[in-house]
Every structure is written in structure tokens, then in C-alpha cells.
Write a protein that binds this ligand. Sequence first.
Ligand code: GTQ
Ligand code: FE2
Length: 365
Amino acid sequence: MVTTRFAADDDGDLDALYQDVAEADLQPLWLLKGLLPEQPSAMRPHVWRAKTLRHLAERAGDLVGIDRGGDRRVLGLAHPDLGGLPFATRTLWGAVQYLGPGELAPAHRHSPSAIRFVLEGSGVFTLVNGDPVRMEPGDLVLTPSYAWHEHHNPGNEPMIWFDGLDLPLIGNLDAVFFENGPDELTPYDEVPVSRSEQLHGTAGLRPLYVDSSLTQQPAEHRHSPLMTYRWVDTDRALDTMLAATGGRAAALRYVDPLTGRDMMPTLRGEMHRLLPGHRTPTTRTVGSGIWVVHRGTGASVINGVRYEWGAGDILVAPSWAAVDHEATDRADLFLLSDGPVIEAVGLARTETLAHPQTVTDTVSA
Ligand code: GTQ
Ligand code: FE2
């Protein structure tokens, strides 16, 4: 072992050094604790309740208009361990967005990538680069990096949906760009099926051309050409998998149908179904995730704390946290994570623990 002997500091030399170091915009590594922790993460899990989210979103709907500038009526999940930052984890923005009947959230685009997962309501259209994507509960809608997007509610009921973005990650990379669209409304047809679904919505069949135009994206494309994954399809696929195998739990990942890779380069989406009474093995994985309860009731144990949940509740699982889920009723859990980023930089690591977690605390629904 190498040791270094320091002179005793009786004359204040050391104090003066630290002061001069600070004034020179430097910091001594030997005083920095926690810079290289043994493992992730200093963050605790956290839960936001459906009732609270819906109630506050509705109140915002009554009191706050959507104007150019504000642009979106969105309540961002601010994890209490992030010092007041409006982020769910260090890489993920999570939020609920509320759009009342007849309302419009105008067009813009940005370098961060986003997904919407519909919680309640019906009949909203998100135009993705002008393509009208109809939204219903359980549907997943993508707005990839730099895609123009605007949200229209031509119907007569409000809609509330979960927004997930890679905004904290892209912000820390100092790679955020933003641009407002034109003030005029984009005309669109209220069609049930978007162009992206018409071209790319049949699994296993890759479109080659229509007349003389290639329908394929250029080889360097980085995101799925399919802008929505329908709940009817997800639901049926999970049902079929479970019925065919007699399994008690099954999950699907939303992928680019052309490549089989994650739907977007920074964001992973999955749907997990658990049959009543089933408890999953405990795993931990590098990277953070946001779990949105789509349907059912149950509980998740995260780092020994048992969080009971029901439809619309949202939980954060920090990086490397031990996680298992248990369903009371049949439960469907949507997961958004930064998995593709962790994998792209070669840091992926997942382990399954040999024993169920000991529960040290319970947070009731
Ligand atoms: O709907 O375009 O939650 O740009 C955060 C940023 C939603 C959106 C958010 C956004 C949007
Ligand atoms: Fe946006």
C-alpha cells in the first residue's frame, strides 16, 4: 500500500491552501465524498398517486389555459431526492398532461425524445410530423427527437396521459434544442389509423415501396417508424402468450419493427402483465425506470419497501434498486426506462436475487 506523509498543519498553511484552491475554481478530490460510490444509487424509490395526479391535473385544467409560450398543461414528477429539479430520475422526465375538450397544445419540436402513455379519456389526436395519431387508454404514442408534435382534443371529454422524456439526460449532455411551429393550426383528418400504422402496423411485413416511392426509412434512422402501439394489440399479445404457455407473468417490449431494437435510441418501453397472486423474482438492473400502473392492483417491493398500488399510480425504481412485483388482481404495468442508453455505453448489468426481499416498511395505496 502506498502512503503519503503530510506535514502537520500548525501554521494555517493548509487552510490557506484550501482557500486558494477554491478561489482558483478547483476542488481537492480527497475531500469529495460520494463522487465514486460503491454502487448506484443515492436515490430512494418514490410513488405518486393516481388520485392526486388526476385531481391536480383537473384543477390545472380549470385554472390554467394553454397559450403559446406555456404550450403544454403538464405537471412534472419532481423526485424529492433531486433537490427541487423537476425530474423523476437523473435521466427521465415523467409527467401527467391534461387536455380538455376542444383544447389544442400547439406544434413544436425538440431534440429530447418523448412518449405518451394514455391514462384516461378518449379521442385526442397527436399529430406527429403532421400524421394524426389517435389516442385511447393504454395506447403508446412516440414523438421522436426533432419530430413536430401537437395535441388536439376535438372530442367532448378531457384526456390525461403520462409523458416520458429523456430531457434530464439530454439536458446534462447540453444537447437540448427547441423550436416552435407555425401559429396556424395544422389541418388534419380525424382518421382512426395513422399513416405510420398503415405502413408499418403489420408485424413481420416490411413495406418496400408504393408506386415509385420507397417507404423505408434511410438506413441511419434511429427510431421506430411506427408512431403508436395500440392497447388492443398489446393486450391481445399478452393474453395469447399467457394462454399458450400457461405462464403467470409475461412482458412485451415496444420495438422498432424494422430492426427489433428499442423504439427510440434513449427510451425503452415495456408492458408487464401479472396474473392474480403472482409475485415476480427480485431483480436489479443498471439504469432508472418509471413504472405506470395501467390496470389492476398489487404491490412492488423496492429496496425492501413495499409500495401498494392501483391503476394510474406511478413509481420510480432507481438504478440498481432491488425490485419485485406482486399482483392482487390481474395487473398491467407500463415501464419506461433509459435501458438503451445504458446498453449503448456498455454498462448494462442485471441480476436476479436468490431470495425474496425482506419487507422493512409498507406504503399503503
Ligand atoms: O407534450 O410536447 O411533458 O414538450 C414535456 C415537454 C410534454 C409535449 C412534456 C413536452 C411535452
Ligand atoms: Fe414536446
